[in-house]
Design a binder for this molecule. Structure first.
Ligand SMILES: [Fe+2]
Ligand SMILES: [Fe+2]
Length: 269
């Protein structure tokens, strides 16, 4: 596990590395995955009649996507989830929604002070906010569709995220970027773990001759794309001097610890 985390962390710091080296399947960028993974190659078979479709507008590709990246449906119908799988998905989607809410609020709070001091950063801040808003819309739709309750900590995270965004922004561009680097490092690892679990399910289902189903197949592709966009934010932060923040180590360790705690709590309540 530690090796996997070290590998993921190393990959996060370099977009170029993610493009060049051979990586475990769940770590591969969404653009590589859909070309390599035979499991999701189009079989030509019709969509299972009972499979659940994510409406097109909810799964609309983000600015960096193309139609060729869309995962393909498995040949055979999927089986109902076990209770453990259902519980995992409910917990994971609840955390994801809370995390994306926090991300939108952090960027919302950071943008005015940062743009006032550094007007050239307006397009970057808007770009990152827009992507986070897209992520939040996606998870909002999944929670509503599957009647998953949001975390009970929702109001607390709203206040905490806004305070974190505003507080880091008034400390300067480097601190704001260090905040982004810390948050995106944790959230990138978080999404990597979810993709790893879902691909493990897919392997086991395939071994039993079962299909993954349309919705879960699409969800894996979507999680990969969101994960890649989070890592893109991390790259932007490093490119904009996140590591020049002072005190860098204290800031990033505190923020990362806070993220891990928030994820742990949101999984449970
Ligand atoms: Fe996000
Ligand atoms: Fe992000």
């Amino acid at each position: 596990m530690a090796t996997v985390r070290r590998t993921a962390r190393a990959l996060m710091y370099s977009t170029r590395a993610r493009q060049v080296f051979t990586v475990p399947e769940y770590l591969a960028p969404s653009t590589i995955f859909h070309q390599q993974c035979s499991r999701f190659h189009n079989t030509g078979a019709p969509t299972p009649p009972h499979s659940t479709q994510i409406p097109a507008n909810e799964d609309a590709p983000s600015s960096s996507s193309t139609s060729s990246e869309k995962p393909q449906t498995s040949k055979t119908p999927s089986q109902p989830f076990t209770k453990a799988q259902s519980d995992f998905l409910s917990s994971a989607l609840r955390v994801n929604q809370a995390g994306e809410l926090a991300a939108t609020l952090i960027y919302t709070a950071q943008t005015p002070p940062i743009v006032r001091a550094h007007p050239h950063l307006r397009p970057l801040m808007k770009h990152m906010y827009d992507q986070e808003a897209g992520h939040l819309t996606y998870f909002n739709s999944l929670l509503a569709k599957h009647r998953i309750r949001p975390t009970a900590m929702y109001p607390v995270w709203q206040v905490a995220a806004t305070a974190l965004g505003w507080g880091t922004a008034i400390m300067g561009r480097e601190v704001a970027m260090a905040c982004t680097e810390a948050v995106e490092t944790e959230i990138g690892e978080h999404y990597n773990e979810q993709v790893r679990v879902l691909l493990d399910w897919a392997d086991k289902m395939e071994a039993r001759g079962e299909g993954l189903g349309e919705e879960l197949t699409q969800m894996i592709g979507k999680l990969r794309r969101i994960r890649d966009e989070e890592l893109e934010h991390l790259d932007h932060a490093v490119e904009h001097d996140a590591k020049e923040a002072k005190p860098y180590e204290v800031l990033t360790n505190v923020i990362r610890g806070g993220c891990r705690t928030a994820i742990w709590i949101s999984e449970k309540v």
